[in-house]
Ligand binder design. Sequence first.
Ligand code: SAH
Length: 340
Amino acid sequence: MLSMTLQEWEEILKQWGEPKFRAKQIFDWLHKKQITEIDEMTNISKGLREKLKQNGKIACVKQVKKLVSQIDGTTKYLFEVENGLIIESVFMRYHYGNTACISTQVGCRMGCSFCASTLNGVERNLTAGEMLSQIYEMQKDTGERISSVVLMGSGEPLDNYENVLRFICLANDKNGLCLGQRHITLSTCGLVEKIYDLLEQDLQITLAVSLHAPNDAIRQKIMPIAKKYKMQEILQACKEYSDKTKRRVTLEYALIQDINDSDACAEELASKLHHMLCHVNLIPVNDVKERNYRKSSEERVQKFASLMEKKGIETTVRRKLGSDIDAACGQLRKSYHSFS
Ligand code: SAH
C-alpha cells in the first residue's frame, strides 16, 4: 500500500465504488500521518478497512537496532523488512538540515571490492514503500523532519530502476513527504544505459556517480562493473545529464591507500574532468577487513584534493560522520549478521 501513487489509489477505489476523496484520505494516513496499521485509519469505515486488509498491507520497515554516534549524533538504524531480512539506514544532521541515507536493495550485486554491502550478493529489491518507510521511521524516532535523502545505503539504485523511480515520485508528492527532487541524490556505480533512461524522465534529482578511479585499468581492479562500461562512456553520460538538467553531477572517489591515491591519479582524473559541470567528493575509504584495503592518510587526501583544485576541479573531502558506529556502507548490517 505504501508503494501506490495517489492516482493508483483513485483508480482502485473507483473500481470499488468508493468516492474519490477516500483516496486522498488513505494517502494522507499512509504518507502524512505515516501510520503502520490499517486500523489506525479512523475516518475510514470498518468495512473498507477490512477490504484494504484483504487486498493489501502496509509493508513498513521495523527497527531492530539503533546506534547513536557519541561524536556527532549520527544515528544508524538496522531495519527488518519482510522475510526477516535486514537493511540499514543512516540519519545525519548537517547545517542545512537532516539527511537520510537509505537502502534500495537488500545487499547488492555489483561486487565493488571495497564495499561491505555486496559481500553476499543481492537478496532482493526493496519496494518504493520500503524506501519511504525507512525515512518515515527515522523521522518518527528522532522527532525531526528529514529534508534531504541520499540513495547511498546498500544496493544499486539503477539496478532497481522502476521501484526507485516510483519512490522518487512518491517522496516528491505534495500530498505526502513533499521532498523536493533537488533534495534527492541518486548514487550509482555507473550503469550507463540506465543513466540515459533517467535522463529521459526529466527529473531534477542530483546524480552522483561512483568513479573511484582515474582510468579503466584501476577501476576494473576494484569495480567489476568497469568491465562492462568504460569510464569515457560514463563521463559522457554524466555530461549529457548535466547539459540537460543544468545540474552539477557529483563524482564520488573513495581513496584507497596505494591503489588510487597517487599524485598521478589525481592529475589523470583532473585532466578527464576539465569540461564537465561536476564536483568531486573524496571519501577516505572505510577499511573493510575482508579486503585488506586501508584508507589513505590524511596528508595524502589533502594532497590529492589540492592537486585537483589546482587543475580547477571543484573538490571536497567528505566529512566523516558516525565513525564510532560503523556508519559506513553495509558494515553494521554485516556485523549484525555475524553476531546475532
Ligand atoms: N551502489 C551505489 C550506491 C550505494 S554505495 C553506488 O555505487 O554509488 C554509496 C557510496 O559508498 C558509493 O560511492 C560507494 O562506492 C561508496 N562505498 C562503498 N564502500 C565504501 C567504503 N568501504 N568506503 C568508502 N566508500 C564506500
